[in-house]
Design a protein around this ligand. Structure first.
Ligand SMILES: [Zn+2]
Length: 321
């Protein structure tokens, strides 16, 4: 053996560097993988952060925090339901839009959509739904009813007259008119009259979905509060085959009328009063309007009717008691 063979073997120093470079390379690879995994995770997390902000823009404050705390989809579900609850507001917007298109007082625009001018389908449903006393009652009672208020001008004038003649009446109010004139509603209640439901915005209930009918009645009931009587009158007297059953399922008896003097035509107070005298009978439900337009003739006619019918021995009672 000569010393010439020795250089073929790796020196201890070279073997040391082989080991060090192997460990170093491995460390680099693992570090690289770790960085890649971290970056991918960060990208995924930032993605869900975006959708949380997206929800926040729609729903409002507080939800973003809630969403950020949520990891699993099951808990997400109620939040989706919550979004659906907020989806009522487009309906509200729709109504608000219609409100600007369709004035509360339809006849003011010369359009022939006068309140309670019933079309052919009304007669089919009107029978037997009106007077508490009913036709043929011997009692000399008249049920005066007032629709489309409360109005800040005409309702107080009618309340003064009812007080003067010791008469009670029934006010079929619109929710949006209640919202506009809450103090007038309070006086109606304080004076002991009945407050009943005439929908929120005088929309025809004919052809309306159950959800919308419910909204019209319940929003008005919310505006009136506990004084709301369990009676409703459909705007224009307009009903379809569902209206009665749906109203009853929501707790309302449907009340129409017996004597309609068409006071909204404004034919003069004496004409309105004469029409009532022609139509009235013991137990009759009389339809007048305290809101929805200039009701000064209705006020004047009410005075004539109270005077004359009192002289004939009639008394005036509220319905839905
Ligand atoms: Zn009406």
């Amino acid at each position: 053996m000569s010393s010439d063979q020795k250089p073929d073997l790796p020196s201890p120093f070279a073997r040391f560097w082989d080991v060090v470079s192997w460990w170093f390379s491995s460390l680099l690879i693992f570090s690289f993988l770790a960085i890649v995994i971290t970056l991918v995770s960060a990208l995924l997390l930032s993605g869900s952060g975006y959708s949380a902000q997206d929800f926040d823009a729609d729903i409002g404050d507080g939800v973003e925090t809630t969403l950020a705390q949520l990891d699993d989809r099951e808990i997400m579900e109620p939040l989706v339901a919550q979004v659906k609850v907020y989806a009522i507001s487009p309906r509200q917007l729709e109504l608000d839009d219609r409100e600007t298109l369709e004035p509360l007082n339809p006849e003011a625009d010369g359009v022939d959509t006068s309140p309670h001018q019933h079309d052919s389908d009304v007669a089919d449903f009107s029978e037997g739904m009106s007077g508490q006393g009913g036709a043929g009652s011997d009692e000399k009672v008249v049920y005066l009813t007032f629709d489309d208020g409360p109005d800040s001008t005409f309702t107080p004038q009618m309340l003064d007259l009812l007080y003067e003649y010791d008469a009670s009446g029934t006010f079929f109010v619109l929710g949006r008119a209640v919202e506009a004139n809450p103090e007038v509603l309070q006086r109606i209640i304080y004076d002991g009259h009945t407050v009943a439901n005439h929908t929120w915005d005088h929309s025809s209930l004919s052809g309306m979905s159950f959800a919308d009918v419910k909204w019209q009645l319940s929003e008005t009931a919310r505006a009136v509060g506990p004084a709301m009587a369990p009676c409703m009158r459909p705007p224009f007297g307009s009903m379809d085959s569902n209206t009665k059953a749906w109203s009853e399922s929501l707790g309302y008896e449907v009340v129409l009328w017996d004597a309609d003097p068409r006071d909204w035509e404004r034919p003069g107070a004496n004409v309105i009063a004469d029409r009532i005298f022609d139509l009235v009978f013991p137990g009759a439900v009389v339809l007048l309007h305290d809101g929805g337009g200039d009701r000064s003739q209705s006020v004047e006619a009410l005075k004539i009717v109270l005077e004359e019918l009192s002289d004939q021995g009639y008394r005036f009672e509220a319905m839905c008691r």
